[in-house]
Design a protein around this ligand. Structure first.
Ligand SMILES: Cc1cc2nc3c(=O)[nH]c(=O)nc-3n(C[C@H](O)[C@H](O)[C@H](O)COP(=O)(O)O)c2cc1C
Length: 174
């Protein structure tokens, strides 16, 4: 069975909550959660596929534990692994930096030779600028627990439908 590692950072717990919601959508044992605080390169390489989740903090910045985890991430051989990203932000409070951390993380991972999946339409969001918005879409699932918490479950369901088979390494029949 494919093992998916879901690595997350969190400040006030929203991202952890979403990580748990994602885990629930998979079969028992398919997804293991890791707080990046304390996670190792071996934790990363032992997984067949990866999901990363991060809030944006400061003014469009990575949370500190994730910034501190980057050298570990860069030291691990992740080439060829399938990776999906989700990010939490606040489009009303930070319309010029909405989910920027998602874009920063995407850029780092692209350099590591991973296969990134799970881009997401920006329809239904209101923001002016985002580092996570590239080529007409978000580079991963954008969630806003501050202003659109009521949409999170529905967005997650739809996104997971998109990325689940790719993360599990199964090919779609037909
Ligand atoms: C100090 C602070 C700075 C923030 N900066 C941003 C930001 O630049 N862009 C953004 O989209 N959201 C920003 N947010 C919103 C958080 O990303 C959002 O509340 C998120 O759900 C927090 O997730 P967590 O509970 O996992 O830490 C900020 C929140 C705080 C408290």
């Amino acid at each position: 069975m494919a093992k998916i590692g879901l690595f997350y950072a969190t400040d006030t717990g929203n991202t952890r909550k979403v990580a748990k919601m994602i885990k629930k959508q998979f079969d028992e044992g398919e997804v293991e959660l890791f707080n990046v605080k304390g996670a190792t390169a071996e934790n990363l390489t032992a997984c067949d596929a990866l999901i990363f989740g991060t809030p944006t903090l400061g003014d469009g910045e990575l949370p500190e534990p994730l910034a501190e985890f980057l050298p570990t991430l860069e030291s691990a051989d992740l080439s060829g692994k399938t990776v999906a990203l989700f990010g939490l932000g606040d489009q009303v409070g930070y319309p010029d930096e909405f989910v920027d951390a998602l874009g920063i993380l995407y850029k780092k991972l692209r350099k590591l030779g991973v296969r990134l999946v799970g881009s997401w339409s920006a329809e239904g969001y209101e923001f002016t600028k985002s580092k996570a918005f590239r080529d007409g879409a978000f580079v991963g699932l954008a969630l806003d627990q501050d202003n659109q918490a009521d949409l999170t479950e529905e967005r997650l369901d739809e996104w997971l439908e998109q990325v689940k088979l790719e993360l599990l390494g199964e090919t779609v029949a037909g």
